[in-house]
Design a protein around this ligand. Sequence first.
Ligand SMILES: *Cc1c(COP(=O)(O)O)cnc(C)c1O
Length: 364
Amino acid sequence: MEELRIPGPTPCPPEVLQAMARQMINHRGEEFQGILMGVTDNLKQLFQTKNDLYILTASGTGGLEAAIVNVLSPDDKVLSVSIGAFGDRFATMAERFGAEVTRLSFEWGKPADPDEVRRALQKDSKIKAVLVTHNETSTGVTNDLGAISLVVKEFNKLLLVDAISSLGSINLPVDEWHCDIAVTGSQKGWMVPPGLAMISVSQDAWQAYAESKMPRFYWDIGQAKSYLERNQTPWTPAVSVVFALAVSLEMILKEGLAEIVARHARVAQCAREGVKSLGLSLFADEDFASNTVTAVDSTNGLDPKKLLQVLREKHQIVLGGGQQKLDGRIFRIGHLGWVNESDIEKVITALKVALPEAGFVAAR
Ligand SMILES: *Cc1c(COP(=O)(O)O)cnc(C)c1O
């Protein structure tokens, strides 16, 4: 069987897959209501939040769109803090909906500098919200969201966080860090197939919702709220994926969030040490290297596309390539969700064999 080591979709445990094979039930019936409320409560625990939390049928991007259309109005000023492809996408979405976006971009591979965020907020008092990616999957960098949040809250701005590839894997205390909206997606660290976005909503975000004039229908969190008061979702949810999530959340809570965060740190350490031991270098600033995805630079003649092909065809291991301007420049190892050190050791062992076939000549 193929080993899928990309930063989502991630492999799912057999119990989770079996849950998806269940016959359909009435999504407005009592049994499903119980499952939905149980899943919602468990997610709140793992988001470390007392905020409202909604499960949307969408990939992660749908959750980000929900964040934008529910708290902003056209012409609102927004500060986008971007360190890679997903940060840029979040900014583009806000622009597409008519927000006036100031882009504060950092060199890819580096984290955002909280002092520069402060300077940008000092420069323009009309900014209403700040968009930040917690873990930038395209570059393998985790921002210091705690520090960025302190700055954003000095100025009392809304903090909208793309936490798609961090929540549930990397520590993100949503309430302690005052995230007004935090978004994740089922196919990342949650060990569940794609299909659900999960989004938390603070009191301040609700305040902004009341004033927001963006057009919205499917993503309207006011609808989500009024239906959840009746233990339901407004529209038909991806029932099978909710079944799967119910099972995965039981597994996650049994292991414990602190242990899961520690496991991701260990596995990531194993990935970083492993690639360095082969003479490769990390793309990300190592002090901010992600615990869910490792981006590796193509140095010493390495053709990353050829490498991915060799790994796939000869070793049945699937890694990720680079996105946008990093296409053909890096490769990425996903290590989030259902993964441990031995899975990564297998990747490193295969890399050792495959690297010379992809043009890599180790420096002496
Ligand atoms: C995967 C990912 C997305 C996009 O999520 P989809 O589920 O593909 O819509 C956005 N941001 C980050 C940080 C991601 O890792």
